[in-house]
Design a protein around this ligand. Structure first.
Ligand code: AMP
Length: 506
């Protein structure tokens, strides 16, 4: 019986006696070993009462066993709900209450703290540690090494991924088998993936980038993965010579650039560097090309839609843009107020439609309806502009838009100028309450180590390039910007931190 995603990603592993997961330092795990472990874990989940359509919460360290656990949820027809290991027990409790899972899998050290939340939802707690031990592993060891996957339809749910939710309650995005498989197929083809590829996998697996973009593409194309527990610069550099592709968030690339060992020799065996999840500065793109001779390929997507656009494998990878819509994915830019489709070159809301777009928010029909147009386009909440040649530039999140004295200000426009100034590493521009203007533009600058940027010169550069209403009312200096695990600057956090800046006269 068919189970499209399992059949495409996990079924082929049984016939692969070669190392599919390459571990840092030299160990390997063969496809056949992963297949056997997947079957055993599927057996254990079944014994714990997991049936098709039920949620399985997974909050464990990234380990080889995680991959088998992912396969096992697909084999049983369950809905995988992976969670950031950094969440506290109380935060995890919210997801458990909301998703009503059958089973919650956590590190043994967390089992006690999670138990009351699981009990309240009627879920069983199983454990899995970073070394592959725990009650789930013990139960799995007693199970057969084969498992007949449960039949699933392409429109059945495969995963429930909660959005990072910087404001309000985090929402569960319902992702179907079709959403995930169609996107993996398109990307594997577009990025030229094949069995000879070795993907350097240093991303977390609780997020769409590491879990679906990276893992699904590699499994689908029968590539190998160097499976790293997380991002560690030393390990990344040590492993790069045996890899062919790296997928990372922009921070990976800025960290690599900070290291003098990044050069053409180190990257000689690499055919592709992909960046996404947060904006890659054009400056980073240029600096990386200068050092390595390779242009980073930037793509854009989100939890709800999987990937939407990509720069090309062959053709111009244009710095500061996220490339063109993927084959089969329709994109339009609309007026955020009226929903009217705008002309090329005009800035507005990015809307998207295609087999990649999720089914809706878990148990939030009104939120789903609010973000979905009647004709099936999803309102991403990202503001952007598309050129006549199809290339898309992201201008920022709609909720980050600043309205000062009745004028709209796109933070990115101001940030790009600030980032260009001597002595400035990066910047963030936010709107904060102002007694006169409603909101005022506030800039936060991160200077180069040991350098004090010339604020007078910076103000002059801003005045030269921007209308007065767009110029920051004040500029602050900070050592670093607050970022989440995916390298996204936390603007809500900055707004909260500086909320009283103009109202308290500080
Ligand atoms: P998430 O759902 O956590 O993957 O976050 C999705 C959001 O990340 C998008 O809506 C964008 O705001 C942002 N994002 C993802 N990729 C890019 C990119 N290449 N450039 C700019 N923003 C991006």
């Amino acid at each position: 019986m068919a189970n499209p995603l399992y059949d495409a990603l996990f079924a082929p592993l049984a016939g692969r006696g070669d190392g599919v997961l390459l571990l840092p330092g030299g160990g390997t795990i063969t496809g056949a070993e992963i297949a056997a472990q997947t079957a055993r874990i599927a057996g254990a989940l079944g014994a714990a009462g997991v049936t098709a359509g039920e949620r399985v919460v997974v909050q464990v360290a990234k380990s080889p066993a995680f991959l088998a656990l992912y396969g096992a949820t697909l084999a049983t027809g369950a809905v995988l709900l992976p969670l950031n290991t950094a969440y506290t027990a109380a935060e995890t409790g919210y997801f458990i209450a909301d998703a009503a899972p059958r089973v919650v899998i956590v590190d043994p050290a967390r089992a006690e703290a999670i138990a009351p939340h699981a009990a309240a939802a009627g879920a069983q707690v199983l454990t899995l540690d970073a070394a592959g031990g725990g009650s789930l592993a013990e139960a799995a060891a007693a199970m057969p090494a084969t498992f007949a996957p449960v039949a699933r339809d392409a429109d059945d749910l495969a995963a429930l991924l909660y959005t990072s939710g910087t404001t309000g309650r985090s929402k569960g995005a319902m992702l179907t088998q079709r959403n995930l498989l169609s996107n993996a197929e398109v990307l594997a083809d577009l990025w030229g993936f094949g069995a000879e590829d070795v993907l350097l996998h240093a991303l977390p697996v609780f997020h769409t980038h590491g879990l679906f973009v990276a893992t699904n593409i590699a499994l689908l194309s029968r590539a190998r993965m160097i499976w790293l527990p997380g991002f560690d610069l030393e390990t990344l550099i040590a492993e790069m010579p045996r890899a062919s592709v790296l997928m990372g968030v922009p921070t990976f690339y800025t960290r690599l650039l900070d290291d003098p060992r990044l050069d053409r020799t180190l990257t000689a065996g690499m055919r592709l560097f992909v960046s996404g999840s947060a904006p890659l500065l054009a400056e980073t793109h240029r600096a990386f090309a200068e050092r390595t001779g390779q242009a980073i390929l930037e793509r854009y997507g989100m939890t709800e839609t999987n990937m939407i656009t990509s720069n090309p494998l062959r053709g111009e990878r244009r710095a500061g843009t996220v490339g063109q819509p993927l084959p089969g994915v329709e994109l339009r830019i609309t007026d955020p107020e009226t929903g009217r489709t705008l002309a090329p070159g005009e800035t507005g809301m990015i809307e998207v439609r295609g087999p990649n777009v999720f089914r809706g928010y878990w148990r939030m029909p009104e939120k789903t309806a609010a973000e979905m147009r009647a004709d099936g386009f999803f309102i991403t909440g990202d503001l952007g502009v598309q050129g006549a040649d199809g290339y898309v530039t992201i201008v920022g999140r709609a909720r980050d838009l600043i309205i000062s004295g009745g004028f709209n200000i796109y933070p990115k426009e101001v940030e790009l100028i600030l980032d260009d100034q001597p002595g400035v590493v990066e910047s963030a521009v936010v709107g904060v309450p102002h007694p006169d203007f409603g909101e005022a533009v506030l800039a936060i600058l991160v200077p180069e180590a040991g350098r004090a940027p010339d604020l007078g010169a910076i103000r002059a550069a801003l005045a030269e390039n921007l209308a007065r209403f767009k110029q920051p009312k004040d500029i602050l200096i900070a050592e670093a910007l607050p970022r989440n695990a995916m390298g996204k600057v936390q603007k809500a956090e900055l707004r909260a931190r500086h909320a009283g800046h103009f109202t308290k006269g500080t």
